[in-house]
Ligand binder design. Structure first.
Ligand code: DAH
Length: 357
């Protein structure tokens, strides 16, 4: 083959290879074609091996031509390899960008509310809709607000009913939420509607229905012409909202120094449905709501004229209410940290929590 023929064959090889590399889609294909073309036993490899058949004076020229062609072919393969690599990288990148950050992630397990918290929220909600303020007061209280301002002077036998944790600083842990009554009167003046949810403490022996730490909600409404009828209507409304149905209630006379007249409001026991059980002491009734008309001495302590204003007050046992609503038979479960005494967030509104015996 003379030089001219060689050049024309190389031209054909170049254009065929240039066309073929365009169709390559993988690195394997590139390597295969490269070895068929410029590899030792490939087309160009064979030509390089045939140099010695040329007359010596032409060999230099032939070698140069073949090497130049080899360089050009190598460039074609390199371009093809680059193209394939960048196509693969782009595909990878577009796969990554198809990740949608707005899609919902893995759901962490939901927390739960304590039954007392749930009932407290519900009571607050009912009274806020009726225009009541929500105050909290403080758990450490003075003897004055916890007792004296509530018409329970020193040495009054009613103090014995409220076994008190006295503190070394002369104060005490509030035994009820009633101390906030006079504080609210002083702070806001009449007319006044306020509820006070909060934790209270008593130096009690613990049993299935007594705890040394429990929750109450105090309620106070003061205005001109407030009567017992307003009190009863409000209490019935509260129980209906909390239990989702009308409940049987009864009023008995009750003595509390800060109300006159004072009552015990009972509702039918939800644990036994009124038949009598351990929780209701076999009576079928649960004492849920001591209440009454605010004593004139208490109004006076709050700088309110008892001739001009009257009011009612109640002290709702929030812990007991939660036990009734969620079917907790033993009060000790509520402060035990037992997670079964929580209400799964997905089941707000009607689950039953059964206490261990
Ligand atoms: N503070 C009382 C207690 O813990 C409960 C109570 C009774 C509150 C009558 C009142 C009320 O507001 O009118 O035992």
């Amino acid at each position: 083959m003379d030089l001219e023929q060689l050049n024309s064959e190389l031209d054909t090889l170049r254009s065929k290879t240039a066309a073929a590399v365009c169709d390559l889609t993988s690195m394997d294909e590139v390597r295969r074609l490269e070895s068929q073309t410029t590899g030792k036993s490939g087309t160009l490899g064979g030509m390089l091996g045939g140099i010695k058949e040329y007359p010596p004076q032409e060999r230099g020229q032939v070698g140069e031509t073949l090497n130049q062609a080899k360089g050009e072919l190598a460039a074609l393969f390199k371009n093809a390899a680059d193209r394939i690599r960048s196509t693969a990288a782009a595909a990878e990148a577009s796969k990554a960008s198809s990740y949608d950050p707005s899609l919902p992630g893995a759901r962490p397990p939901l927390g739960t509310f304590h039954p007392v918290t749930l009932v407290q929220q519900q009571v607050e909600d009912v009274f806020q809709r009726l225009g009541f303020l929500v105050e909290t007061g403080t758990e450490m209280e003075t003897e004055y607000y916890n007792f004296e301002a509530l018409n329970i002077p020193k040495l009054h036998p009613a103090r014995d009913m409220q076994d008190t944790f006295w503190l070394t600083n002369g104060k005490l842990l509030r035994t009820h939420t009633s101390p906030v009554q006079v504080q609210a009167m002083e702070r806001h003046g009449p007319p006044l509607r306020v509820i006070v949810p909060g934790r209270c403490f008593r130096y009690e022996t613990i049993d299935p229905s007594h705890e040394n730490t429990f929750h109450q909600v105090e309620g106070l409404m003061i205005d001109k012409h407030i009567s017992i009828a307003n009190l009863i209507a409000m209490m019935k409304l509260l129980l209906r909202e909390v239990f989702g149905r009308d409940l049987k209630v009864r009023l008995r006379p009750g003595y509390f120094p800060f109300v006159e007249p004072g009552f015990e409001l009972d509702m039918s026991c939800l644990i036994c449905g009124g038949d009598g059980c351990g929780t209701c002491k076999r009576t079928g009734w649960i004492e849920i709501l001591p209440c009454g008309m605010v004593h004139p001495n208490v109004l006076r302590a709050g700088r309110i004229d008892p001739h001009e204003y009257t009011g009612f007050a109640f002290g709702l046992g929030l812990t007991r209410l939660a036990m009734m609503k969620y079917g907790v038979a033993d009060i000790r479960v509520l402060n035990s940290g037992d997670l079964r005494a929580t209400v799964p967030a997905s089941r707000f509104g009607g689950p039953t929590i059964v206490a261990k015996d």
